[in-house]
Design a protein around this ligand. Sequence first.
Ligand code: GTP
Ligand code: MG
Length: 433
Amino acid sequence: MSKVRIYTLAKDLGVENQKLLEILDSLGVAYKSVSSTLDTETVEAISGILAEENAGGTPASGETAAPATTAPDVQQAQPEGTQAAAPQATTTPALKDDVTQTASASAPTPSTTSPSAVSQSSTAVATEAPVSEAPASEIPHRSPVVTIMGHVDHGKTSLLDYIRKTKVAAKEAGGITQHVGAFEAQTSKGRIVFIDTPGHEAFTTIRARGANVADIAIIVVAADDSIMPQTREAIAHAQAAKVPLIVAINKIDLPQADVDRVKTDLTMVNLVPEDFGGDTVVVAVSAKTGEGVEDLLEYISLTAELEDLRADPKGEFSGVVIESKVDRQSGVLATVMVQQGTLHVGDFLVVGETYGKIKAMTDTLGGRIKSAGPSTPVQILGFSEAPVSGDKVASATNEHTAREKVSVRVDTRRTVEEARAQRKLSLEEMMGS
Ligand code: GTP
Ligand code: MG
C-alpha cells in the first residue's frame, strides 16, 4: 500500500478525521494536518485499533445479537405503517446487520492491542497538500437533527406524532406510510429533522446510534414515572456523544403527574434544571394536549442556533446509515442521513464493504425525490446488500472508483486480520504451545 493522506484514510475507513487524529495522538505519531501522509505501518496500526474498538462495541452475544430481541428492535424503530407491512422482511436485515457487523469486526479482544504496532508506527511522515475549505461563515446553515430518547412508554413517539400532526403541511395529513424512524417536520420554528428511538431496554445499540447522529437530544421523562433505567441510559448516550440535551417532562396532563419530583430526580443524575439554579433546559409538555410543545420547539431552535449548525450542500457528500431493511418487492432499502453535500439519483455510494448506485430516493413521507441536501433523511434503493446501521456513507465518482474504495477496505481488513493471526501465532509459540 502506498502512502495515504489522513483525510483519505478517514473517508476510506468511514470515520471522522478527528477520530484518526486522536488515534494518531495515542500512537504518538506526528502530523501537521489532515493532509499529512501516513506510512503503511501506521495505517495498519490505525485499522487494527479501529477494528478492535468495533469489536469491543459490538455485542457478539447478548442483548442485540439474539434473534428474539433483534426482531422487535427493528420493528420498533420503524414507525407504524412499515411494521404491519412486512415484519418478516424487516427482521431479516437486522439479523444480517448483526452478522455483518460481527464478521467485519472479526472479534478480537481489546487486550490484543499490539505494542509492536504502536512502536512500528512512530515513523509517520508529514507531507502537506493544500486544503481548500470555505470559511465557516460562508457555509449555509442546515436544519437540526434531533433525536428523541427515553424510557419505554414515556411518550416519545406520541410527542413526535403531536408535532407532525399539527405542524406538518396538509398534504401529509391523509394517512401516509412512514418508512423510516427519521422524519422531517416543518414547525413554527422552521424545519427540524427528528429521529425516534425505542425505549425498551433491549435496544441500547439503536439508542447509541441515534445519539451519535444527533445535534440535539431530547430526553423524554414521563411526569408520572420520573427517571427510569433507560432514562439514565439515554442521558449517558447523549453525554457520550457530546450533544446538548433538553429534558421534556411529558404527560403533564395526567392527574398523578409530578413535575417537581422529576426535576428533583434530575438533579440526582447531575442534570440540574434552570429553575433549580442549574443549566439543564427542562420543558414540561403533554403529547396528548400539546401543552408546552411550542416551548419545546422554541428551545430546540434556540439550542440549534447556539450550535451554529452548517453544512455545504455543494461540498463533498457524506452521510450515515440510519437503518436498512429488505423489502420483499423493492429489495434493499437503506435510510441514510445526508450530513454534507447533496445526493442525486444515479450517484454511486460506498458503505462498509459494499457499494451501490442510487436507483431511486424517497423522502420521509414516501415521496420520490431526485436530490437531497444536508440534514435530510432519505430512503435509498440501489444497494445490493443491506448496509450496517451507523456506518458512514461516502460517494464515488463512478462504479470503478466505488469498487476500488471497497477493495481498499477489504484489503485493509484482511491485512489487519492476517497481522492479528500472525501475532496470535507468535504469542502461542512464545508460550510454548
Ligand atoms: P417506546 O417507543 O416503546 O419506548 O414508547 P414511547 O416512549 O414512544 O411511548 P408512546 O408514545 O408509544 O406512548 C406510550 C403510551 O403513553 C401511549 O399509550 C400514549 O398514548 C401515552 N402517552 C404518551 N404521551 C402522553 C401524554 O402526554 N399524556 C397522556 N395522558 N398519555 C400519553
Ligand atoms: Mg415509541
